[in-house]
Design a protein around this ligand. Structure first.
Ligand code: ADP
Length: 159
């Protein structure tokens, strides 16, 4: 059984994230989408909100599970018996950061393998930060996030 963890902040989940989830679900037996409970980050959505958003979007994907974690990713991987980490790569700027993290994780947990999926061209510019920024100025985010996520984001900025 090959279990892979796709970790991230997903604040909020974008079409780019959904594309990576779908593609990795075709590659591995089980995918755990791990929503990072990062208290240091000033998040728009609570961890519970982010988890339930992604659960709803993946309810028809039988091998995808959604969970949250805090602390070190490698510790979470060990706990879940997963030795594969999925990350998405958009641009060279992602690469520098990602390779450093992947190598650090390998030092901490030699059996871990980080698998990088290249972004779909349609989403190469897309990030949660862009979505939040755009939405905060009342921009149209229909091309950036799944339909069910649009009203949730808009509600945050109306509040
Ligand atoms: P983090 O805060 O850990 O960077 P994110 O929620 O921003 O988490 O992203 C989680 C993962 O998804 C990262 O590996 C990131 O590179 C990837 N990702 C984000 N947006 C896209 C996209 N548009 N296309 C492909 N991968 C993406």
């Amino acid at each position: 059984m090959r279990t892979a963890i796709y970790p991230g902040s997903f604040d909020p989940v974008t079409l780019g994230h959904m594309d990576i989830i779908k593609r990795s679900a075709n590659l591995f037996d089980e995918i755990i989408v791990g929503v990072l409970n990062n208290s240091a980050k000033n998040a728009l959505f609570s961890v519970n909100e982010r988890v339930s958003m992604i659960k709803e979007l993946t309810k028809d994907m039988p091998n995808v599970r959604v969970d949250s974690f805090d602390g070190l990713l490698v510790d979470y991987c060990k706990k879940q018996n997963a030795n594969i980490i999925i990350r998405g790569l958009r641009a060279v700027t992602d690469f520098e950061y990602e390779i450093q993290i992947a190598q650090t994780n390998k030092v901490e947990y030699p059996d871990i393998e980080t698998v990088f999926l290249t972004t779909d061209l349609r989403y190469s510019y897309l990030s949660s930060t862009i979505v939040r920024e755009f939405a905060s100025y009342g921009g149209d985010i229909t091309r950036f996030v799944p339909e069910s996520v649009i009203p949730l984001v808009e509600a945050k900025y109306k509040a």
